[in-house]
Design a protein around this ligand. Structure first.
Ligand code: NAD
Length: 360
């Protein structure tokens, strides 16, 4: 049995994960994936029930699973709690406890939603990239780090540190991901000024030798930031360190223009992963059947690809979502300003995806 732990969390988390789970159960039946589901609390709802945003038992259950599906955490109810007791602590805690070192964020423009991008349609048409970001090293964690006072002046230090093993393992995630896509990796760096980037260049080149079928390019981070909005179609898989990846994954996401459409995956060694929509708990629309479940549903497609080796099933889900949008169905967040269009709710969107999958 392949155990999937579902952590719906707060706000719209339960609504969107319910639809995502229905979709995963449907492809399980068709593809015989032998999934078993366990549902647990995280975030604010866990604080309410148990006094802590993440219990050790939940961490242990996740560690023994193939994959974790997460909704979202947080909301105004818990905003005034101490930092250690806030819902976000549960999210940071589970990411750390599972050793998630690779963050994968696709940015795909669905033809039906091309008007949602801030860029011109002819620029964004056909954009389909994946940003692979190293998540546990680099300047966010490197030592030394401090703010001090020296000779009467305040001074601050952060250290960008990577060793070759950290670079090699994230590079392998990028090359493996490229193999099930268009077989192109762009390594993003600042090797003209950073020694850390020079090591990245060497190690990425070494790893590339094991992936002769994948093409590799090196791109300076500043020119990459420009090319992302000028020619986004040229990118397939981008691999980079924590700092550059943090910024570029948000830039790439905004090319698509729709927060409710963005999935993500965070992977540990051995294929275990945590899959969650990029958006938050959206307390403003929670409990009203207004949320767009597609980001959570597309996260399930990533789960199938990266933790269950079921790329075909993943493709079926993406095709079904694209077909529902092509038919003109929209949740409220996908309606453009000035557009007169009827909207559907979260559950109805889930129903339509299941219908397109032919499982309903
Ligand atoms: P948000 O992503 O929750 O919402 C931003 C806006 O987008 C809101 O207007 C919301 O209604 C809309 N939106 C988001 N997802 C949507 C969806 N699937 N369908 C339709 N509309 C959607 O960000 P926020 O308002 O800044 O944060 C709200 C809460 O979520 C806060 O407590 C924050 O800390 C938390 N948060 C959690 C995560 C996470 O769990 N990963 C990420 C971001 C924010």
């Amino acid at each position: 049995m392949n155990r999937i732990v579902v952590l719906p969390g707060d706000g719209i988390g339960p609504e969107v994960t319910t639809q995502a789970r229905r979709v995963l159960e449907a492809v399980d039946q068709r593809h015989g994936l032998e999934l078993g589901f366990e549902e647990e609390l995280i975030g604010g709802v866990s604080i309410d029930a148990h006094g802590t945003p993440l219990r050790d038992e939940v961490v242990a259950l996740c560690r023994e699973s193939k994959a974790v599906m997460l909704g979202a955490v947080g909301g105004p109810k818990w905003d005034d709690m101490s930092v250690d007791l806030r819902p976000e602590k549960g999210l940071l805690g589970i990411r750390k406890a599972l050793g998630l070192f690779a963050n994968l964020r696709p940015a795909q423009v669905f033809p039906a939603l091309i008007g949602a991008s801030a860029l011109r349609p002819e620029v964004v048409e056909g954009t389909d990239m994946l940003v692979v970001r190293e998540l546990t090293g680099g300047i966010y964690f490197g030592e030394p780090k401090h703010i001090s006072r020296e000779e009467g002046k305040r001074r601050a230090v952060n250290s960008m540190v990577y060793d070759e093993e950290e670079i090699a393992r994230i590079s392998r995630v990028a090359f493996e991901s490229a193999r099930i896509r268009r077989k192109h990796v762009t390594h993003v760096h600042k090797a003209n000024v950073l020694e850390v980037s020079q090591l990245w260049m060497e190690v990425v080149d070494e790893v590339a030798k094991d992936y002769a079928d994948v093409e590799l390019a090196h791109q300076l981070v500043d020119s990459c930031a420009m090319l992302l909005v000028k020619e986004p179609r040229r990118f397939d898989v981008i691999v980079t360190g924590n700092l550059f990846g943090d910024i570029l994954s948000d830039e790439a996401a905004m090319i698509t223009g729709s927060l409710g459409m963005l999935p993500s995956a965070s992977l540990a060694e051995g294929g275990m992963g945590l899959y969650e929509p990029v958006h938050g708990s959206a307390p403003d629309i929670a409990g009203q059947d207004l949320a767009n479940p597609l980001a959570a549903i597309l996260s399930v497609a990533m789960l199938l690809e990266h933790s269950l080796d079921a790329a075909e099933a993943a493709g079926e889900i993406r095709d079904a979502a694209a077909a529902v949008l092509a038919d003109g169905h929209r949740t409220g967040d996908l309606v453009l300003e000035g557009e007169a269009r009827e909207t559907i709710g979260c559950r109805a969107m889930g129903d339509l995806v299941l219908e397109k999958l032919g499982t309903r």
